[in-house]
Structure formats: structure tokens, C-alpha cells
Design a protein around this ligand. Structure first.
Ligand code: SF4
Ligand code: SF4
Length: 315
């Protein structure tokens, strides 16, 4: 559907009381759809652009009520009688509006992942949190990739900005500039991911090269008047080499900005992959120990970067 004809968009969650994604206490709004396929994505249910069935096999009785209820024949029973499995045709599900499968399931094995909401209804919902935000808090759009729904993102940000609500966004940056630009007048803060400076390595980690990302980062650094904090999701052995640290620091300084937030990657999103029918491909690794994180932070500092570690942000 042409997003410009909608007066709302697709989201998959709203979370209050966040203290890690911008200043103060914040409400996070998770928008559907992302152009990247990062190996460590902790919100795989946000990758596809439209709502989708989320299927929890451990709750399934294989009574097939869902299969009989689906008007589009999008569910197939596969496997044998000892190891039955349900397979969803997610292409068909992306066009579904009824979600009869979810209503038919009596065990809670099926849920609807994501929903459409108008900008005004969403604004009415999030402003209820206002009393918890304090002086510095507000909203942060995340996802998914918020700028994948550019009209929705800019309309919501404008609505909030004009109501004196602090506005922030977390972006992967791999999105046309024309999607980003309309939101800039209504934004006070941007977190911008730099997952790897080397193009080939970036592609290995995210399925996409980084030329558009770096170009957007340069444009934003020059044109955006608010606070721009780069983010490095740190994966041991994949992007924590000294070479990438030096290249990342050099790139940030070349844009005229100097803030970086390191986020150690974890496996906490792994459980959700099965729900969305996506294969989890991140190899096993030990979480980076704190001493090593501090070492990396100090290395960035020595290179001229103001570096924040994990959630220890002075926002
Ligand atoms: S989401 Fe719609 S198309 Fe997909 S299985 Fe459920 S009822 Fe069928
Ligand atoms: S209706 Fe629910 S419990 Fe029954 S087969 Fe479908 S998902 Fe499983």
C-alpha cells in the first residue's frame, strides 16, 4: 500500500519507562519494517513491513483450527506425525486483514505481530505517559527502521514536537535521504548506527553495504541542528578490532561530530526468531567482559571521541 495515502502507520510495540534511548524517561514506539538484516537484531518481529502472525510452537496442540480458519490457505502442516510443524506463507499473510488464524487459536500459540494505528490515535496513547517523562523525557521512535515509514514518522514527530514533547529517533541510516529529511525539523535527537566502516564487513553483518549509511551520516552531521549520537553495536570478533575502532573514530570526526555510544550485543532477541519464522544466524560468542569494554571506550577517547558505554549514558 502507498504509505503516503495513509494517515497512520504500522507499529509492533509501545514501551514506557525507557531510560536508555535518549534523555530522561521515555516512551519508545516501535515501527515495522527495516531494510537491514543485522545478524544480532533483537527485534526480528520488526523486520517485515506489515503485521504478521507470530507463532509459538511450544504452545501449539496441532489441532489445526487455525489452518481451517485461514481464508487464504496460508498455513501448511509439514513434518510427520511425531514432529509436526506449521508453515506460514508470509507473503500471503502480509496482505491479510482478518487474522482469522489468531482468533481461531485457543491456546495462545498465535498472536498478531504489529498493527495499524492512526497518527492521532497514537499521539493520544503516548501523551498519557507524559506525567512520567519529567523535564527531560519524551518519545523515541525505533523499530524496525522508523524512516522506512517516512510520512508516518514525520507526522508523528511533528505532532509531538508542536506539543513540546522531546523527540528522538534511532535509525540504521540505510534509507534514502528523502525519507529522512522531512522529519528533521521535528527532531531534537538522533541515534545513528555505524555497524562497520568497511563495506564488505558491513555487508557480512547486515546484508547491505554501507555507502548510503555513510553518505546519510555526513549529510545529517552537516544539516541536523539537534544532537547526533552515533552508535556501535559491538559484537566480539566481528566489529571490535582496533582497525574498525580507528576507522569508526576517524569517520565520526570527519563529519564534525564526536559522540559515540557503544552497545554490547546480546542474544536476548534469539527466542523471538522462531515466532517470526526467521532463522537466527548470529554465531555463539561470549559477551564482551566489562574490562574489555572499558578498554575500547578508552581507545575511542584517546582518538578524540566522547564515548558512552552501554546504558551508562549521561543523558
Ligand atoms: S495471518 Fe491471515 S493469511 Fe496469514 S495465516 Fe492468519 S488468517 Fe491466514
Ligand atoms: S489453532 Fe493454535 S494450537 Fe491449533 S494448530 Fe493452530 S496454532 Fe496450533
Amino acid at each position: 500500500m502507498d504509505q503516503s495515502k495513509l494517515n497512520g502507520g504500522y507499529i509492533f510495540d509501545i514501551q514506557g519507562f525507557s531510560v536508555h534511548d535518549g534523555p530522561g524517561c521515555r516512551t519508545l514506539i516501535f515501527l515495522k519494517g527495516c531494510p537491514l538484516r543485522c545478524l544480532w537484531c533483537s527485534n526480528p518481529e520488526g523486520i517485515r513491513p506489515f503485521p504478521e502472525p507470530l507463532y509459538k510452537e511450544t504452545k501449539c496442540l496441532f489441532d489445526l483450527y487455525c489452518l481451517q480458519a485461514c481464508p487464504h490457505k496460508a498455513i501448511t502442516l509439514i513434518g510427520d506425525k511425531d514432529t509436526p510443524r506449521l508453515q506460514f506463507d508470509r507473503e500471503k499473510c502480509s496482505r491479510c486483514v482478518t487474522y482469522d488464524c489468531v482468533s481461531a487459536c485457543l491456546t495462545g500459540a498465535l498472536a498478531k505481530g504489529g498493527y495499524y494505528i492512526t497518527t492521532e490515535d497514537l499521539y493520544d496513547r503516548i501523551k498519557r505517559d507524559r506525567q512520567y517523562w519529567g523535564e527531560k523525557g519524551g518519545i523515541t521512535l525505533t523499530g524496525g527502521e522508523p524512516f522506512a515509514q517516512p510520512e508516518f514518522a514525520s507526522a508523528l514527530l511533528k505532532r509531538c514536537y508542536e506539543a513540546f514533547i522531546h523527540t528522538a529517533v534511532e535509525t540504521c541510516g540505510d534509507i534514502p535521504w528523502k525519507n529522512i529529511e522531512p522529519s528533521l525539523p521535528w527532531l531534537e535527537w538522533i541515534f545513528f548506527d555505524l555497524k562497520h566502516i568497511d563495506a564488505a564487513s558491513h555487508k557480512e553483518l547486515t546484508s547491505s553495504t554501507n555507502s548510503l549509511i555513510l553518505e546519510n551520516a555526513r549529510q545529517l552531521a552537516g544539516k541536523f541542528e539537534g544532537r547526533l549520537v552515533f552508535r556501535l553495536p559491538l559484537v566480539p570478533g566481528l566489529n571490535d578490532s582496533d582497525e574498525n575502532i580507528r576507522a569508526t573514530a576517524g569517520f565520526i570526526l570527519s563529519t564534525g561530530r564526536n559522540e559515540l555510544n557503544i552497545l554490547p550485543v546480546h542474544h536476548l532477541g534469539r527466542e523471538k526468531y522462531q515466532l517470526a519464522g526467521i532463522v537466527y544466524k548470529l554465531p555463539g560468542f561470549e559477551m564482551t567482559p566489562r574490562e574489555k569494554l572499558v578498554e575500547i571506550q578508552n581507545r575511542f577517547t584517546s582518538l578524540g571521541i566522547t564515548c558512552y558505554l552501554g546504558s551508562e549514558t549521561p543523558f
